[in-house]
Design a protein around this ligand. Structure first.
Ligand SMILES: [Zn+2]
Length: 71
């Protein structure tokens, strides 16, 4: 295994890294399509939304994306 290859998961809305992957939390909630289980969607603690995290292979990729958004 290589070192320093930790994947980074960031909020797709604001690129915050402060995501809450509460296991088993909020197992059911109202969605656009009705009432259904949440399949491992984390909550972004920054924007308080359920988000699909963007996965970056490295911190460098993450920093690039962040710059690209001008944040
Ligand atoms: Zn966010």
């Amino acid at each position: 295994m290589k070192k320093e290859e930790k994947e980074i998961e960031a909020c797709s809305e604001c690129l915050s890294l402060d995501l809450d992957f509460t296991p088993g939390g909020a197992s059911a909630w109202l969605t656009d399509t009705g009432f259904g289980p949440v399949g491992g969607h984390p909550i972004c603690k920054n924007c308080q939304k359920f988000v699909l995290p963007i996965i970056f292979a490295s911190k460098e990729d993450y920093e690039k994306a962040k710059k690209g958004l001008g944040k």
